[in-house]
Design a protein around this ligand. Structure first.
Ligand code: PMP
Length: 287
């Protein structure tokens, strides 16, 4: 089946899905995006993802390409046309097409909107979670507005590639003080010996993950204590459990950090319990 993408008002076969060479997303990474999980054909936490998109756009003084209810319909239609049951929907908005000039074009061009959807192998994801993943640590070389979900992802790309090159699954970025900020495409968490669940505050050098936000409800429902504070690489390696969160991986156990085992070297029991319970707390609508 040929896959379909939505590009600026049209659903087109992927090979015909194109944007202009002077799109500011292409030339300046002047755009933002979201990735939303699709589960049993329904979008998971779409309301929160759309709200974050709106915030990212407004921080960059960009206009939304359409109202959020209309955008939600496009997301659902793209999922439907690609027959995605379990997977992800990706949506990107750029400032649009204009003659190359650094400052914002005036008048503002029509924003570019691209939506794609694809299936993910659910069982493979579960197998990965059952085994746990390895992470490496790398210096965080990103800019200071990582709270904006912009498509300017080159440092994240380099970090993920370094992980791949070193046989790991994810890279945790570390700030100048030696504290972990977040993963290249995920938020980073540890669980201490006394069962405290620790993650960095969202106002300090990380993206406020939607999975992170929802997981805080799961943590509370499990009667666990949440500590929002920075943690160092050394503390992470000495932790009882560690994991990452993102829309496509939900809660993914981390079993090695820089080649040192975390806890028993196996996925932690609390981590797996949080993973199992996640979707009872996430919002999901089919209609
Ligand atoms: N941090 C970064 C840098 C990311 O790219 C992502 C995933 N897009 C996350 C955190 C997790 O965010 P979410 O839970 O909303 O997918």
């Amino acid at each position: 089946m040929s896959r379909i993408a939505y590009v600026n008002g049209r659903y087109v076969p992927r090979r015909d899905a194109m944007v202009h060479i002077e799109d500011r997303g292409f030339q300046f990474a002047d755009g933002v995006y979201e990735v939303c999980e699709v589960r049993a054909g329904a979008l998971v936490d779409s309301r929160r993802h759309l709200a974050r998109l709106e915030r990212s756009l407004s921080e960059l003084r960009m206009t939304p390409p359409m109202g959020l209810p209309a955008l939600l319909m496009v997301l659902r239609e793209t999922v439907r046309r690609n027959r995605v049951r379990d997977g992800i929907v990706y949506f990107q908005v750029t400032r649009g097409v204009a003659r190359r000039d650094f400052s914002f074009p005036t008048p503002a061009p029509e924003p570019t909107l691209v939506v794609t959807a694809r299936s993910l192998d659910f069982t493979r994801n579960e197998r990965t979670a059952a085994a746990g993943i390895s992470v490496i640590t790398v210096p965080d070389i990103r800019w200071q507005r990582v709270d904006i979900k912009s498509v300017s992802l080159l440092p994240n790309v380099l970090a993920k590639q370094e992980a791949r090159d070193r046989g790991a699954y994810e890279a945790w970025m570390v700030d100048a003080q030696g504290f972990v900020t977040e993963g290249s495409s995920s938020n980073a968490w540890i669980i201490t010996a006394d069962d405290k669940v620790v993650t960095r505050p969202a106002d300090q050098g990380i993206l406020r993950g939607i999975t992170r936000t929802v997981l805080m409800e799961v943590i509370a429902a499990h009667g666990l204590t949440l500590e929002e504070r920075p943690f160092s690489t050394a503390e992470a390696t000495a932790a009882r459990e560690a994991f990452v969160t993102s829309a496509s991986q939900i809660v993914m156990p981390v079993v090695r950090i820089d080649d040192k085992p975390v806890g028993t070297g196996k996925p932690g029991a609390l981590t797996l319990a949080l993973r199992r319970d996640f979707h009872r707390h996430a919002e999901s609508w089919t209609k």
